[in-house]
Design a binder for this molecule. Structure first.
Ligand SMILES: C[S@@+](CC[C@H](N)C(=O)[O-])C[C@H]1O[C@@H](n2cnc3c(N)ncnc32)[C@H](O)[C@@H]1O
Length: 235
């Protein structure tokens, strides 16, 4: 039976794909790439395009709207699952590509649930990817954890209260999805004296990569969705 591959393509640099991810992407019949806004290019697809043969392979770009409206989201996931299942039933191997790692804050997790419930016979292989967190730390040369140090990862959208609690307890705090609360986060970092301990990373691995450690520069910047922060208690 044909297989569904969930391929983590890393943060956006084609050289940060695993050899396994590249091998699978060169071989599958269909590649399904998620986008949140149909007017914008898929970062995952741009990352892997050089490995694809679009004359032979079908590339499907599917929209997963960025909304908290569960009924719209469920519809998008179910549509994607249906698209994939139909191709697998026709004997085609399908790769669902996702930035970073497929099991770390990825749309693929919702698809995985649908497949386990509605298409339990379809084989699924998950290929891990380098997370944006590891790629950002590497670009900046900032250690994420050592010895018995503890790390918290918080989607900033969870709220300032969770960020403040984590800053009080963990040696390293990683904030994803910082854009919507950027101003409030900066104010909290000022109040807690973390200006010197803050790293800002945007579009790591791509040609619009930005790594900032100067707090005044971070404050002056207007972040896009693909940005995160790493706050370290000690350097
Ligand atoms: C839905 S999560 C996806 C995480 C992804 N699965 C991973 O393993 O890195 C989206 C968030 O990840 C972070 N992110 C993803 N790619 C990034 C990149 N290239 N540079 C900086 N942050 C990135 C941003 O915080 C963004 O808001």
């Amino acid at each position: 039976m044909a297989t569904l591959f969930a391929v983590g393509v890393g943060p956006g640099d084609p050289e940060l794909l695993t050899r396994k991810a590249e091998r699978v992407l060169r071989r599958v019949d269909v590649v399904l790439a998620p986008v949140s806004n149909p007017a914008e290019a898929s970062v995952a697809l741009a990352t892997v395009r050089e490995f694809l043969d679009e004359g032979r392979q079908e590339v499907v770009v599917h929209q997963f709207p960025m909304t908290s409206d569960t009924s719209r989201l469920t519809l998008a996931w179910q549509e994607a699952a249906g698209l994939i299942a139909a191709r697998i039933a026709a004997g085609k191997d399908v790769a669902f590509i996702t930035i970073g790692d497929p099991l770390f804050y990825s749309t693929f997790i919702y698809l995985l649930r649908i497949f386990r419930e509605s298409y339990p016979r379809i084989p699924i292989e998950i290929i891990p990817g380098i997370s944006s967190i590891n790629a950002s730390a590497a670009q900046a040369g900032v250690p994420l954890a050592e010895a018995d140090g503890k790390v918290a990862v918080i989607p900033a959208t969870a709220g300032l209260e969770h960020i403040a609690k984590a800053l009080a307890v963990y040696e390293t705090v990683v904030l994803l999805k910082v854009k919507p609360l950027f101003g409030d986060i900066l104010e909290l970092l000022r109040q807690t004296g973390r200006q010197e301990a803050t790293l800002f990373a945007e579009r790591v691995g791509g040609n619009r990569q930005k790594i900032l450690t100067d707090f005044a520069e971070i404050t002056a910047h207007s972040p896009d969705y693909l940005s995160l922060m790493i706050i370290r208690c000690s350097s």
